[in-house]
Ligand binder design. Sequence first.
Ligand code: NAD
Length: 346
Amino acid sequence: MKILVTGGAGFIGSAVVRLAVERGHEVINVDALTYAGCLENLDSVKDNPLYSFEQVDIRDRPALDDTFAKHAPDAVMHLAAESHVDRSIDGPGDFIETNITGTYNMLEAARAYWVGAGKPEGFRFHHISTDEVFGSLGDTGMFTEDTPYDPRSPYSASKASSDHLVRAWHETYGLPVVLTNCSNNYGPFHFPEKLIPVVILNALAGKPLPVYGQGINVRDWLFVEDHADALLLVLEKGVLGRSYNIGGENEARNIDIVRKICGILDEKRPKSTKYEEQITFVEDRAGHDLRYAIDPTRIRTELGWRPSVTLDEGLERTVQWYLDNEDWWRALQARDGVGKRLGVKG
Ligand SMILES: NC(=O)c1ccc[n+]([C@@H]2O[C@H](COP(=O)([O-])OP(=O)(O)OC[C@H]3O[C@@H](n4cnc5c(N)ncnc54)[C@H](O)[C@@H]3O)[C@@H](O)[C@H]2O)c1
């Protein structure tokens, strides 16, 4: 299959590109290379004839039309987005433009191309979204695909808007779409402003390990390579017009994630004091959602998919990857805003 992947230079997009090429798909990576984009994530495929790159901003509709015409893809996997909740609190404008207007442009460019090509039967537009559109849970309950949308941050509201647009383009124009809503990812190539890489890298640097609020916020952690595998499965086997929740079956409180990472580092990079002693509780994120949890019944029963990596195994692999790839993360730490405290505006 020839797949046009947007956001392929990002954390999850690059995992999708690497896996798709490994499985023999042709991939066109469409990415604007914002502060979060990193072509080094694709070093392992950059010389593969199945891979090509187009530096295109999804806010630029004519450039998208040209890209569709040039490559004539069989399918689209749309991951390009502004993705950091803390940045959305400080500067929501980019989130509205890329996540909402950019998705609108992608839908219109894909529709024009699909109609022009005679509405090929197998064409798919796969929109990749987040479980954050469902809002925040209390101590119990799980998000199903039928949970009402209740986004609470500029990031999740912009992603919710994009999900609505994608469904509307299916109902109104018949565009063949599938959607996925996924829980928090972690793993290799995670940009060094998100919780898990921040903790690993601050620990190694002897800096405080910042834990927002009391550290009791719960996320359902999914290893990024498992997510990429699920996304390719939904693209190929998902029912048109349907959404699938994807979770890691790995719920954990932030403080417990931080302690686990400290324990792994105590083993792998021992020093005279325990890494846990660097934990520092800091002012909470504005409007911090308490708990997310995914009910994975649909993807499990309809498509037979389950995550393969446990939290302990995934964290161990992730810490080892950061220990082995210092050149990669050092270069990114110099980028705009990385390492600064963001997202505390009330
Ligand atoms: N990270 C998570 O835990 C998570 C969980 C569920 C869903 N998602 C969704 O998965 C997708 C990818 O997330 P990620 O964590 O890999 O994000 P990321 O921030 O690591 O990567 C985003 C990529 O999109 C590109 N991009 C941004 N704006 C663009 C624009 N206007 N035009 C073209 N390219 C642009 C960036 O250059 C970057 O390469 C997003 O849609 C996100 O909402 C992420």
